[in-house]
Design a protein around this ligand. Structure first.
Ligand SMILES: Cc1cc2nc3c(=O)[nH]c(=O)nc-3n(C[C@H](O)[C@H](O)[C@H](O)COP(=O)(O)O)c2cc1C
Length: 378
């Protein structure tokens, strides 16, 4: 087993993962859209946030445990939903669900995951969040929600920022398609990554398994997937999904105070301030840049969760300093699996948690309230 201690930060995990994940899958994970300015902007703007520490501070350890929707989590972050993450690293939905349960943090299963809610539900226990695209499909619409609920997922995450598939140029150039293309080039790239290939062959080639039961077999595959995922609903339509869910519902993809206020008016339990990891529109601002104005508009009225561009425990401190109650990270957990296999999930979660804790101590604060009183330059 690889010595995980040699990978003490996400960028080391990323470096190793790129060598162990086949090119087509790496391009799917790592890419954004357009010329990918927004991908670098997300990370760069987070790193610009400066916080001045205070000396001789409050005694005692910082508060790392966080209560959200009545549930206590052991750290203020969780795993963001990643579609077909099983292609990036085989069985990643199962590995990350188990890791999240062990570390007592949320794991979000994408409805376009390579594992079903029925498989992942028992692995993740009480720590499962279920991500759903507002569906207009007459059967799948309700059935998908019912399946998530019955599999034991606690929080419903309705993603609003994918009205249609965006153009992912890097992904297209790498020949990445769903279902995966079986060509010489694909086999060649897979052959260069033996750990990935062996795990894929002993498990299975990833598919959008959750959706399969709704396929009538007559519609072209992309059209079928699109019919389930892209319905362009109204806020009223999205609010109606709550009728099928017995628990907290959050909307993901909020980037403006105006939309945040609408989400509050509709009574959603939380919002995820997110630009989908810069995968939909290359002109979007970094999420950290819009966070303060959203927090000013709706802070205290709803739970504010933030993602896109967070790469360390310190970045989570920065996001919380600017108004996030909780954070999600997407790519970093897949980098961790790519670098270290199954042990990568827990390793990444521990290093993010410890880095968060250490930086709160260095800044001389114990709680988020104290953190927000420091001088912050954003
Ligand atoms: C490969 C990939 C697939 C994704 N699939 C989904 C998805 O199925 N549903 C969703 O709501 N968000 C999806 N996202 C967005 C993530 O949930 C999250 O918003 C984003 O990854 C956060 O940015 P980060 O990767 O910089 O942490 C995906 C992101 C990536 C990189």
């Amino acid at each position: 087993m690889t010595d995980a201690s040699r990978y003490p930060a996400v960028h080391y995990l990323k470096e190793r993962a790129q060598k162990r994940i086949p090119h087509f899958a790496w391009e799917m994970l790592d890419s954004g859209t357009g010329i990918e300015d927004a991908v670098s902007r997300n990370e760069a703007e987070v790193r610009k946030v400066q916080i001045t520490p205070r000396m001789l501070p409050t005694k005692g350890d910082p508060e790392v445990k966080t209560t959200l929707f009545g549930m206590e989590y052991d750290a203020p972050f969780g795993v963001a939903p990643i579609g077909v993450s099983g292609l990036v690293w085989p069985k990643s939905e199962i590995y990350l669900a188990r890791a999240a349960k062990q570390m007592k943090i949320p794991y979000s299963l994408s409805v376009v995951g390579a594992e079903t809610p029925e498989t992942v539900g028992p692995e993740v226990g009480d720590y499962g969040w279920y991500q759903y695209y507002p569906s207009g499909h007459p059967v799948a619409k309700e059935d998908l929600l019912k399946r998530g609920r019955e599999a034991g997922f606690k929080v419903l995450v309705v993603t609003l920022d994918v009205p249609m598939t965006s153009t992912r140029e890097r992904q297209l150039r790498a020949g990445m398609r769903m279902p995966p293309k079986k060509g010489l080039e694909t086999f060649w790239h897979a052959a260069k990554c033996p750990a990935w290939s062996i795990e894929t062959l002993t498990h299975r080639v990833p598919r959008l398994v959750t959706l399969e039961k709704y396929n009538d077999g007559e519609t072209e595959y992309r059209e079928f997937v699109s019919s389930i995922l892209h319905s362009r609903p109204s806020w009223d339509d999205v609010a109606r999904f709550r009728d099928y869910w017995n628990g907290p519902v959050v909307v993901k993809g909020v980037m403006s105070p105006e939309d945040a206020e609408i989400a509050v008016q509709f009574g959603f339990d939380g919002i995820v301030v997110s630009n989908h990891g810069a995968r939909q529109v290359d002109a979007v601002p970094a999420t950290i840049s819009v966070l303060p104005e959203i927090a000013k508009a709706v802070g205290g009225k709803t739970t504010i969760i933030m993602d896109s561009g967070l790469r360390s425990g310190l970045d989570i401190v920065r996001a919380r300093a600017l108004g996030a109650d909780f954070c999600l990270l997407g790519r970093p957990f897949l980098y961790a699996l790519g670098a270290l296999g199954e042990q990568g999930g827990v390793h990444a979660m521990k290093l993010l948690r410890d880095d968060y804790c250490n930086n709160m101590i260095q800044l001389g604060v114990k709680s988020v309230d104290e953190l927000r009183k420091l001088t912050i330059r954003a």
